[in-house]
Ligand binder design. Sequence first.
Ligand SMILES: CC(=O)N[C@H]1[C@@H](OP(=O)(O)OP(=O)(O)OC[C@H]2O[C@@H](n3ccc(=O)[nH]c3=O)[C@H](O)[C@@H]2O)O[C@H](CO)[C@@H](O)[C@@H]1O[C@H](C)C(=O)N[C@@H](C)C(=O)N[C@H](CCC(=O)O)C(=O)O
Ligand SMILES: Nc1ncnc2c1ncn2[C@@H]1O[C@H](COP(=O)(O)OP(=O)(O)OP(=O)(O)O)[C@@H](O)[C@H]1O
Ligand SMILES: N[C@H](CCC[C@H](N)C(=O)O)C(=O)O
Ligand SMILES: [Mg+2]
Length: 484
Amino acid sequence: MRKLKDILYRVEIKSVVGSTDLAIDFIAFDSRKVKADTLFVAQRGSVVDGHEYISQAIAQGATVIVCEELPSDIVDNVTYVCVEDSDLALAHMANNFYNEPSSKLHLVGVTGTNGKTTIATLLYNLFTNIGYKVGLLSTVKIIVGKKVYETTHTTPDSLTINYYMNEMVAEGCEYCFMEVSSHGIVQKRTDALNFRGGIFTNLTHDHLDYHKTFAEYRNAKKIFFDQLSSKAFAVTNVDDKNGMFMVQNTKAKLITYGLKNVSDYKGQILESQFSGMLMKVNQQDVWVQLIGAFNASNLLAVFSVAVELGVDFQEALLQLSKLTSVAGRFQYIVGRDNITAIVDYAHTPDALKNVIETINSIRTFNEKLITVVGCGGNRDKTKRPEMGQIASELSSKVIFTSDNPRFEEPSEILEQIEAGVEPQNAMKTIVVEDRKQAIKLACQQAVAGDIILIAGKGHETYQDVKGVKSHFNDLEIVTEFLKQ
Ligand SMILES: CC(=O)N[C@H]1[C@@H](OP(=O)(O)OP(=O)(O)OC[C@H]2O[C@@H](n3ccc(=O)[nH]c3=O)[C@H](O)[C@@H]2O)O[C@H](CO)[C@@H](O)[C@@H]1O[C@H](C)C(=O)N[C@@H](C)C(=O)N[C@H](CCC(=O)O)C(=O)O
Ligand SMILES: Nc1ncnc2c1ncn2[C@@H]1O[C@H](COP(=O)(O)OP(=O)(O)OP(=O)(O)O)[C@@H](O)[C@H]1O
Ligand SMILES: N[C@H](CCC[C@H](N)C(=O)O)C(=O)O
Ligand SMILES: [Mg+2]
C-alpha cells in the first residue's frame, strides 16, 4: 500500500482539493474496474471522455480522482488532484506505485513500423540463451523470466507495463526488451520509464487512420528518442531515410547500423537459402538462421544492442547464429509434394513487399508463389490498394481474403484491396472471403515445389468479426491442408 503523496512524485499538479495523506490500494483509469480505495484517473480518450465517469468511479469506491478539470460537484471525503495531463500523470503514478521498476532493469525499447516484435524477441532469446533472466513486452506475449502471459497490445498502458516490470524485478530479471508503438508514445504509455537504450527500425506506411499524416506519425516516433537520457544509447538504421531524423535531437549516445550505408555495425548478405543466410558483420562471417534483407537488418540491430550492453563481440556473433525465427514471422513448413507454406505477419505494404521479394529471390523460375492476403478492418484504409498492387504484381497467383474484418463489411475491404490491382495483373487474382477456404484453395492449386505465402496474421490465434474473436491460426490450417 502506498501513500497518495508519494505516488504524486513528479506529477505536474494544477490544484488539489482534499488530503494527500491517504493510502492507495489500487489505481484504475477505467471506472468499471474501480473498487474500494482506488485512485481513478480520468483520461480523455478517442471514443469517450473519462471525466464523464468520475461519479461512477466514486460510487464504486474511488477515494482519489486525478483529472484535468475539476467536476462541478465536489464530493466530501474524496481527494481531487487536478493535473496538466492525465496520461502523463498516469505514467508517473504507475512508475511510483510500483517503485520505479524500470530503473532496476536494463530496459531497451524498439520502435519503427516493422521489425519491433522480431528484434525485441530475438534480444530476449539471445540474452536468455547466454543465461540471464530476461523480460519481454511484445505484440505476441509478455514474458517474465520463463512465465508467459497473454497480451492485447503491442505497448500496453503504463499501469500494465509497470506491473509486469515490477514482477520482472521480483523474479530477478536483469534485462527487459519492449516494443514501443506510435500509439503508445502519443498516449504517453512509455513516459516515465527509464530506458537504457532505444532502437529505430524503419518507417513506412501504417496507422494513418490514427495519426492522419505521415509527418505526424514520424514525429510521434521521434519523441521516443528525444526523451532518451544522456546515459542511454540510441541505435538507428541508417538505411532508412528517416533513420537520422529520428535521432537528430537525442541526448543519447548514437549508434548506427545498416546494410547499405556507412555505419558502426555494417552488414552484408553473402549467400541466401530458405534455411538461412551467410552474413558479414563488421568483417566477420556468420551463418544465421533467418532470411531476407529485412532480417539481416533486424539481426544487425540485435547484434549492436548486445555488444552495447556488454556482450563480447565474438560471443555476440556466436549467439546471433543460434537465433531462430520468431512465431508467425517467416515461419514455414514443408508439406506434400515439397510444397512450402510460409506464414508471415506482413500487414503493411512494405512488409509484404519485403517478404515476397525475399521469397522471389530464392525460388526458381518453375516454382510458383501463391499469396493469400487480406487487410484488417477498422484500420488504415489507405494501405489496402497498395497491398493489393504489391501482392498481385510480385506473386504468380493471389487469393485476397479476410483478415480481422472487425466492424467493417469484408466485401468492402476486399473491393478496396482489389482497386489497387493493375489491369495486367487482374488475371492472377481471385477473391475468397472466407480465410479458411482461401487457404484451402491455395493448397489445392499448389503443385510440386510451389510456395504458398499466407500473410497478415502471423502468430494470431483468432479472426475478429464484429467484436467476436473465433479461434483461427494460419499455420494450423495450412499444416492440416498440406498433410502428406
Ligand atoms: C485508439 C487507441 O489506441 N485506443 C486506446 C485508448 O483508448 P481510447 O482512447 O479509445 O479510450 P476511450 O474508450 O475513448 O475511453 C477514454 C477513457 O475513459 C475510460 N472509460 C471508458 C468507458 C467507461 O465505461 N469508463 C471509463 O472509465 C477509459 O478507460 C479511458 O481511460 O486507451 C486504452 C487504454 O490504454 C487502450 O486500450 C485503447 O487501445 C485500443 C483498444 C486499441 O485498439 N488500440 C490499438 C490501435 C493500439 O494501441 N495499437 C498499438 C499497436 C499498433 C502497432 O501495431 O504499431 C499497440 O500498442 O497495441
Ligand atoms: N526490419 C524490417 N523491415 C521491414 N519489414 C520487416 C522487418 N522486420 C520484419 N518485417 C516484416 O514485418 C512483419 C511484422 O514484423 P514484426 O512483427 O517484427 O513487426 P512489428 O513492428 O512488431 O509489427 P506491429 O506493429 O504489428 O507490432 C514481419 O512478418 C515481416 O514480414
Ligand atoms: N498491430 C497491428 C496489427 C495488424 C494485424 C492484422 N492482422 C490486422 O488485424 O489488421 C494493428 O493493430 O494494426
Ligand atoms: Mg509487434
